[in-house]
Design a protein around this ligand. Sequence first.
Ligand code: ZN
Ligand code: ZN
Length: 296
Amino acid sequence: MFEITVLGTSGSTPTRERGMPSVAVVRDGLLYLFDCGEGTQMQMLRYGINMSRLKAIFISHVHGDHVIGIAGLVRSLALNNRREDLEIFVPAGSEKIVRSLVKFDNAIIGYRIIIKGVEAGRIFSGRDFSVSAFRLDHTVKTYGYVISENNKIKFNKVKCRKLGIRGMMFPELLEKKRINVNGKTVGIRSVSRIEKGKRVVYATDTRPVRSTVNAARGADLLIHECAYEEGEIALAKERKHSASVEVARLAKSSRVKMLVLTHFSARYKTTAKILKEARSIFMRTFAASDGYRIRI
Ligand SMILES: [Zn+2]
Ligand SMILES: [Zn+2]
């Protein structure tokens, strides 16, 4: 299971109700952050995210609203006596900017921070999931991220029992794909099925693009920026952001199970209109507010 918390839902500048962009994903007790806007550590405290379990940070692009929080966060972790390495993934070519946030003063940081340049493709492998990156279309080099749980093999228990498969035969069957039971060879496929792993896609900041449609095809959840209402499509195009109906159309054509909108322009007091516009096209749309949590 992935426990996903949208920590900040404003874009560019905060409002009284909305903090800066960051999404926390917890898997097997470990924390992965997607973007780290100013005040992300405060939002983690507010919404009960244990920052000492932080394993890696994935940065979409190096606009200030998505990275400035790194400066404070890495110092707090140091004060909390962190010793484990921390990996920070950033679009290739932006490593220096993130390094400057880590190194600008003489703070003593007693753990290793490994900054890795991201190109499209698989960039991270967890115990039973992976993260891959795909290009987005924004004013600077930007990547979206796909979090994919590995497919699982589910045994048909009734069939297995009938054939006499039990105990340590299961790991053997998993490893060799076939096994000898009572003088008979049994192939793994005849006694199991494949359960598809869950898939979560994170796309911000960006125009609605084909690469996102492809990455999100059939995904369980798409978290997509939605800076503007429908009436501001021209502005969205000019600033390389997305408007409500555009994102909803994208979600519809990629057949995602659920769309969560975030990164709203600070000009909007509420997101009600954005949500209504998006839902007129794609019903399973939700507008995140800070602390919005979902389990997939
Ligand atoms: Zn932004
Ligand atoms: Zn941006």
